[in-house]
Ligand binder design. Structure first.
Ligand code: AMP
Ligand code: MG
Length: 361
């Protein structure tokens, strides 16, 4: 049932346009088989997941993985996430014997309760995973996505797919196949269109290998859900962490996920007091704050004004699903800067606020 939720019944972009060709196909059994064959022969496939679109390569093929770095312009120090399609495969890609019994128990507790889903677990990597995939680190981030097409693709290929988000390094993550086509286009062998991503922010990255268990990147799995299962976890992702020394997970880089326009983030109390400026976009978290702001404007707002709420009723999942999509739209618009409102900090709001903060740096 849960998985069905991630399958979009709406016609996808590829179905609606004339772009159905060798490289850009809607998800179907046939296109998934074709995509898996491309992966098995060392090619690159962009594919939908419930978080954002991934740029996949066979996780056991170092030459294919090297192409992922090249196509994204991604620095070699930035490790990829290893995607699997069953809990059993975890032991193929990770060496759980290097963990204490207590930590191993926590890993299985998390996997059984939160997989498939938007949670990446940083674990000791197995020897089968080439060093290039993990940027030379002895650990690998492993995720079992909750998207039926992604699961089928992974299972039909070699069983493990190394995939970062399918965007040029540092830019906005893609939540639609069109975003991948616009930014990477011909550089990938195939783009699978599965409609818009249902969660719209990347996975939560949880490092379970250190003395304390840390969230390296807030994302689609709320911290609260993790803590219910394994107790207190630390926040290891404050934007200032970059200067604190030691290894930094690149999702933690200060300036990341950025639209190519200046963006400023405000609390609800602050944004409500901003006067309208014609060259700025106003991105509210909820419709009620937007309405209040509109009422307080003394001048008439032009119909061309870019004034949006991520969710009319302030629903956090709807807001996260729309975040990158709206920023992509703003990037293409005539607007010269963006004023955005922070989400409430709980649950998925932490991930939204993290992306907004990094986009503002
Ligand atoms: P992306 O899939 O583009 O969102 O990027 C994957 C992100 O996962 C990286 O930028 C890191 O932040 C994180 N990550 C992947 N592997 C590891 C690892 N072994 N240790 C810490 N963080 C990791
Ligand atoms: Mg990324």
């Amino acid at each position: 049932m849960l998985l069905k939720r991630f399958f979009s019944p709406l016609p996808t972009f590829a179905q609606r346009s004339n772009l159905v060709n060798m490289t850009y196909l809607p998800v179907s059994q046939k296109s998934l088989e074709k995509a898996a064959a491309i992966l098995r022969s060392g090619g690159l496939v962009a594919f939908p997941t419930e978080t954002v679109y991934g740029l996949g390569a066979d996780a056991y093929n170092s030459a294919a993985i090297a192409k992922v770095f090249e196509v994204k312009g991604r620095p070699r120090f930035d490790p990829l996430i290893i995607h699997i399609a069953s809990v059993e495969t975890l032991e193929e890609v990770a060496d759980l014997s290097l963990l204490s019994e207590d930590v191993r128990r926590k890993v299985f507790l998390l996997a059984e309760n939160l997989w498939p889903g938007p949670l990446s677990l940083v674990l000791p990597k197995s020897e089968k995973i080439p060093g290039i995939a993990t940027a030379g680190l002895p650990t690998a981030a492993v995720r079992f996505p909750a998207h039926e097409a992604a699961q089928t693709l992974i299972a039909l290929s070699g069983g493990a797919v190394a995939a970062p988000s399918a965007n040029p390094f540092g830019s906005l993550s893609p939540t639609r196949a069109e975003h991948v086509r616009d930014k990477l286009g011909e550089k990938v062998d195939m783009i699978l269109d599965g409609g818009p991503s249902q969660i719209g922010v990347e996975s939560t990255v949880l490092d379970i290998t250190g003395k304390s268990i840390k969230i390296l990147r807030p994302g689609g799995t709320p911290k609260e859900e993790i803590e219910k299962l394994i107790g207190h976890v630390e926040d290891g992702f404050s934007p200032s962490a970059e200067t604190s020394g030691g290894f930094i997970s690149p999702g933690q880089l200060k300036s990341h996920y950025s639209p190519q326009k200046p963006l400023l983030v405000f609390s609800m109390e602050e944004i409500i007091r901003l006067p309208y400026e014609p060259d700025a976009a106003y991105l509210f978290f909820d419709g009620s704050v937007r309405d209040k702001w509109v009422e307080t404007q003394t001048e008439n707002l032009p119909s061309s004004a870019f004034i949006r709420a991520l969710s009319e009723k302030g629903q956090v999942l709807e807001a996260s699903a729309r975040l990158f999509e709206t920023l992509h739209e703003l990037e293409k618009s005539q607007i010269s800067r963006i004023f955005a409102q922070f989400a409430p900090p709980e649950g998925l709001g932490a991930a939204i606020n993290d992306r907004l903060t990094r986009a503002s740096m």
